[in-house]
Ligand binder design. Structure first.
Ligand SMILES: Nc1ncnc2c1ncn2[C@@H]1O[C@H](COP(=O)(O)OP(=O)(O)OP(=O)(O)O)[C@@H](O)[C@H]1O
Length: 346
């Protein structure tokens, strides 16, 4: 398991000091995926670098299986760091080496015998479903396959923690699914503690057991994904709601994304909203889930452009609303999550 306590990172000193991580605490148990989400600049990359000690934290601790990495001297740190395997956004494979040679790299550094190394590489490539690609170079592999080779390489030294830093960013949906399903398998089969650093809400919903929201270097909200999704008061839960493509608005309408902000949203809120605004309200798309008499979810509605009192009317009904900035034809997938994280609490 990995435990992070009061982790703080300050760059520079004096008046130009920048506090990028500010007292971050979390723990990831064996066989658990913990996701860290946050808007651009929230401190995700810095956190990743502090976790595998590529950067020394200014204060606080990172403890893996009872060993406090942040206290070790450089020489001891190198060995202890093997407990954490890292997969980066672009798998950073050596372009002139084959998949097998890339996976073998950490083993070569460690000086294992060629026979041992070859056996381990074969086992790892099989684990990630790429035995048949062992002799291929990175340019002959898809983005998802390259990431899976990167994961095999990260596992070479049998780490107990896997740090996936934006490991699916830039991948197409199918490759993303294959990488995420591999991460779940590794969690379940090897009991890895996985830290998934991402800005992709779909990845979190599909893969993580728990999630934390990093905002300006602080973990402002965290909890089990399933519980957050069902908590109407949770800003992170609302940001995690899947937002699917919706119908186009009528001419003269402005598109609003509406999310449940309280457990007491009346079932006939559309009708009431229309009455309060004295205007037609178009329902363009919705996904609502009820549980124990309360609902959570989202709706996309078309409202007359220029309606001033929309926010107040929505708030009075226990809803949160935000006008959509993008053209309505564009798919709305994940946009609410990203916007919510950028804007903080919704
Ligand atoms: N070496 C540094 N010196 C000063 N400030 C830094 C340094 N490295 C990062 N920062 C600042 O720390 C903040 C967080 O950066 P970081 O790259 O960790 O964010 P992020 O959440 O990973 O963003 P993104 O999603 O855009 O990659 C930013 O404001 C950045 O400018």
């Amino acid at each position: 398991m990995i435990r992070v306590e009061a982790l703080t990172k300050v760059y520079g000193s004096g008046p130009s000091a920048v506090t990028v991580l500010d007292g971050v605490d979390f723990a990831v148990e064996r066989g658990e995926v913990f996701a860290v989400v946050g808007a651009s600049g929230a401190g995700k990359s810095t956190l990743a670098h502090c976790l595998n000690l590529l950067e020394r934290p200014t204060s606080g601790s990172v403890t893996v299986n009872g060993v406090e990495l942040s206290r070790l001297r450089e020489r001891d740190l190198r060995a202890a760091r093997r407990a954490i395997g890292t997969v980066f956004q672009s798998s950073s494979l050596l372009s002139r080496s084959t998949a097998a040679e890339n996976v073998a790299l950490p083993l070569d550094y460690l000086g294992v015998t060629p026979a041992e190394r070859d056996a381990r590489v074969a086992e790892l490539l099989e684990r990630v479903g790429l035995s048949h690609r062992a002799d291929h170079h990175p340019f002959q592999l898809s983005g998802g396959q390259r990431q899976r080779v990167g994961i095999a390489r990260a596992l070479a030294l049998r780490p107990s923690v896997l740090l996936a830093d934006e490991a699916t960013s830039g991948l197409d949906p199918e490759s993303t699914r294959s990488v995420l399903s591999l991460l779940r398998e590794l969690r379940d089969d090897l009991g890895l503690s996985i830290v998934l650093i991402t800005h992709e809400m779909d990845a979190v919903r599909e893969t993580a057991d728990r999630v934390g929201h990093l905002q300006a270097g602080r973990l402002v909200e965290s909890g089990p994904v399933a519980a957050l999704l069902r908590d109407p008061a949770s800003a992170l839960g609302r940001a995690l709601q899947p937002l699917r493509p919706h119908a186009a608005p009528a001419p003269g309408e402005r598109v609003w994304t509406v999310t449940y902000a309280s457990g007491a949203v009346p079932a006939d809120w559309l009708l009431r909203l229309s009455e309060q605004l004295r205007a037609r309200v178009s329902l363009l798309g919705a996904s609502v889930e009820g549980s124990g008499g309360t609902g959570t979810g989202w709706a996309v509605v078309g409202l007359p452009a220029g309606a001033e009192e929309v926010l107040d009317a929505l708030a009075g009904l226990g809803l949160h609303g935000a006008p959509q900035a993008r053209p309505p034809q564009q798919p709305a997938r994940s946009a609410s999550g990203a916007a919510a994280l950028a804007g903080g609490a919704r």
